[in-house]
Design a protein around this ligand. Sequence first.
Ligand SMILES: [Zn+2]
Length: 524
Amino acid sequence: MVASQIITDVTELEAVVCSTEIPIVQYLQDRPSLHAIITEQGGILYVNDNLRMLKQLLRVVKETLGVEPQLREISESVYQSFTQARQLLQKRPNKRREVSRNKSVEELLARAIDSEVSDIHLHAWQDSFIEGSGIKDNIGRHATSSWIRFRKHQTLVNEARISYEEAYGIYRAAFTGEPYGCANIDDRRGNDASFQHPYKGQTYLVRLASVPEARGTSMTFRIRNAKDSVQLTDCGYSNKQLAIIQRFVKNNGGLLVVGGPTNSGKSTTLTAFLDAMQNKAILSYEDPVEVLLPEVSHIQIRRDCIDAEQTIRELMLQTMRMDPDVINVGELRDELMVSFAKEKATEGKLTTGTTHCGKIIMCFTRLLQLGISVEELAAPDTLMGVICQKLVPVSCPHCALSEHPDPQQQAYYQTHLGGELRYRNPEGCNACDYSGISGQTLVSEAVEINRTIRELISQQSWDGIIDYFWEHQIDTLHIDALKKVQIGLLDPTLVEQRIDRFSVENLRHHWQPQSHDTGEAIAC
Ligand SMILES: [Zn+2]
């Protein structure tokens, strides 16, 4: 028998069954005394109630499918709810048993996943709306304005121009098609949906969003691998920040806020954070669930239903009976989520949540806007820490330039930043697919909320907190990025575009405020 963990969660069972390349489940019709699910690949998910029958089943599967069966035990209740759900699905009127996958959607997703793309942007725009734009095809018609772009390593690149009909077809099929979003959509409104997409033996979670646009519809596909969890040590934090974050893992109680814009690796950080916990009961509220961890109960929050707030409130009350030690509340987007997070943190549950704030100070003010009082925020048992982060493209090491094309700019950077500066080569090379970019790295700031910071919060002295950071050499996002610039990993121009300018004023303030000779101070 294979000694792997018993599956007690129906979501996990769904993920295991769907992670096979052909996710068709064969039920064992002629063995009513044995409860088991057999996948096409020879996986046997069994309820441990008749081991004698299981041995027979092993032999049958091996002979029939010609593969070594993979055993995994599941709980009786999970087996029951899974099979009942499948049977209901089959009995539903007007639903076909076999679903037909849309060729254009399949091809688009395959192309994106093969190229390690994180997001697809699809614009189903009609030509008639851009008359006068001057773009015409060779027989004088206005050229198509429907197009696809891929985001890879934070950079958007044009993928293809397609006809409006094809673009609109992909949009409709992805949202409404049975293996995909299965959603009722309205072209005049924004729409949301998500689905699991099996591809080359892996399961990808695809989240769809659309908005009506003056020329038609714009939509995005966000693609994540369901098994794509990383270790905290591989997220890209500096050793100093990693030490702080590892102390957060050991905390009992208190709120940890992770801030950053969309696509800044917040979910990856929280997944790694929860994965680093040991022997804890962990509940994670997600919208949608993107990565499945073996020791975490992932709970899908739905905001697209009528009376979503009441539904979420009831779900939270219900799940609290599961006696969690750690709770991830997901995005701290409204007063409901913030008050829930605050309540749980002060009850002694280690609580985590995310915001779209780019800097630590902004996280404090955001929490105040969302209904936490200054006294609560400055109380010893509420906020334990804040991490803010961003992903910045890394220059390709094979083709990066050692000189900036503008000699004046080169002299400025060399004087004020020092180190081994490297600049992105706009021509690129074979190794980086002629983009000049070879990936992306995290830049971040992390702080433990101590007594001094709490006092400064209670006085709402945000400048005082910034001063405290540089007096105590707590690296800000800007300084963390500067350190990666000085070793040639990041192009200073890209950092200036995405984070902040390397102005003498900025550097003096953060780097060595006492010095009058800025160039010297920065170089040392
Ligand atoms: Zn290159």
